[in-house]
Ligand binder design. Structure first.
Ligand SMILES: Cc1ncc(COP(=O)(O)O)c(C=O)c1O
Length: 394
């Protein structure tokens, strides 16, 4: 047989697969496993959004969308939202494309920007899918390790140290999966300064934008002077609106980039689902109370989990500023890797978490737990950790 795609063969296998597979096998064998490895809200999609989709389907909105890059009311709702909430001015007709999930928006952005061998800086710990996506788009991911001892803070010096003549873009994710960090004004200024001086594009993944705690403010890099022409913003409804299964996201940015992205979209997936786009209009223009309530629930879960985890000797857990993940360390447990650590927590406590190495070397020694999980499950998880961790330390 002739060889398969070299390009795809270069894509690294998922470091999370082994633990997930084992967790599923244990569940099938009847073991009570608490699943904290996912990233899917446990809340139902708010009813007015679901109703808008039912109405759309009943009204025959089940054909190809027109225009395929997004129905006009949705493009307008996104432009209006970005102007109002993010201080970013984009033209609904030329600067936005609606995608089936923000993941595809990220891939479109990379595909529109990269030539073979172009380097893309990714802030480490990074979201697992960034390196594979960059590889698939023909680029080279270049991790920029952020200092764990300084709460993974970004500085201009750290960024400059990784820039080469091949550097084309930086990917930024705030609030961050997995660290829960939210960009500060100072960090945003550092990113802006370096992006402009090195003439880089910035891809900013804002999918956790609605989930920010303690009165912090979300900063959109495209709103900074000199950034609109080089910033590609991705966002979507999955996380904030509990709409992961609807597959609805968008890419917004300079017209030439959106033109190429639209061409690629048209020849691959055509469009997001038509009735999902109708539901998205309801989500963006309707009442936002449910989003605020879900965010408040995540905050309560965060406060509960961080306090209890830090009370267990041998466990350290920073308090995330946004998103719905915790990234504790277990310095008291003698293991050689986060894969071994996650495996041990699965075997001994029946808790499935994601090994930190999935997000790069900077989060080795950590395990990521999702708090997009009902409170009673989280209570069961910490009870088990309170019993098991002291035994694993001893
Ligand atoms: C950081 C980050 N970006 C993007 C996505 C993709 O989300 P979706 O494609 O559902 O919009 C996820 C999902 O887990 C994520 O964690």
């Amino acid at each position: 047989m002739k060889p398969l795609s070299e390009q795809l063969s270069k894509v690294p296998a998922s470091a999370t697969l082994a633990v997930n597979d084992k967790a599923k096998a244990l569940q099938r064998a009847g073991r009570d496993i608490i699943a904290l490895a996912g990233g899917d809200p446990d809340f139902a999609t708010p009813e007015h959004i679901t109703e808008a989709a039912f109405t759309a389907i009943r009204n025959g909105r089940t054909h190809y969308a027109a225009p395929t890059k997004g129905i006009v009311p949705l493009l307008e709702a996104i432009a209006e939202k970005m102007s109002r909430e993010n201080g970013v001015q984009v033209e609904a007709g030329t600067d936005i494309i609606v995608t089936p999930g923000s993941k595809w928006a990220l891939f479109l952005a990379l595909s529109a920007l990269l030539n073979p061998g172009d380097e893309v800086l990714i802030l480490e710990p990074y979201w697992v899918s960034y390196p594979p996506m960059i590889h698939m788009a023909g680029g080279v991911p270049v991790p920029v390790p952020l200092p764990g001892e300084n709460n993974f803070a970004i500085s201009a010096e750290i960024l400059r140290a990784r820039i080469t003549p091949r550097t084309k873009a930086i990917m930024v994710n705030s609030p961050s999966n997995p660290t829960g960090r939210v960009l500060t004004e100072e960090e945003a200024q550092a990113l802006v300064e370096v992006a402009i001086e090195a003439d880089l594009y910035v891809i900013t993944d804002e999918v956790y934008e609605k989930l920010i705690f303690d009165g912090r403010r979300h900063l959109s890099l495209a709103s900074f002077p000199g950034m609109a022409e080089r910033t590609l913003t991705t966002n979507g409804l999955s996380k904030g609106y509990a709409m992961t299964g609807w597959r609805l996201g968008w890419l917004a940015g300079p017209t030439p980039v959106i033109k190429l992205a639209t061409r690629m979209n048209g020849h691959t997936i055509t469009s997001a689902a038509t009735f999902t786009m109708d539901a998205a209009v309801a989500a963006l223009t309707g009442p936002q109370q449910a989003v605020e309530e879900m965010c408040e629930s995540y905050r309560k879960r965060r406060d509960f989990m961080v306090e209890v985890l830090n009370g267990i000797p041998g466990v350290e857990c920073a308090s995330p500023e946004g998103a719905f993940y915790l990234l504790p360390r277990f310095p008291g447990i003698p293991t050689s890797s986060s894969i071994e650590l996650a495996d041990l927590l699965l075997d001994e406590a029946g808790i499935a978490g994601t090994p930190g190495i999935a997000f790069g070397q900077s989060s080795e020694g950590h395990v990521r737990f999702s708090i997009a999980t009902a409170m009673d499950e989280l209570e069961r998880a910490v009870e088990r950790l309170q019993q098991v961790v002291p035994r694993l330390i001893a």
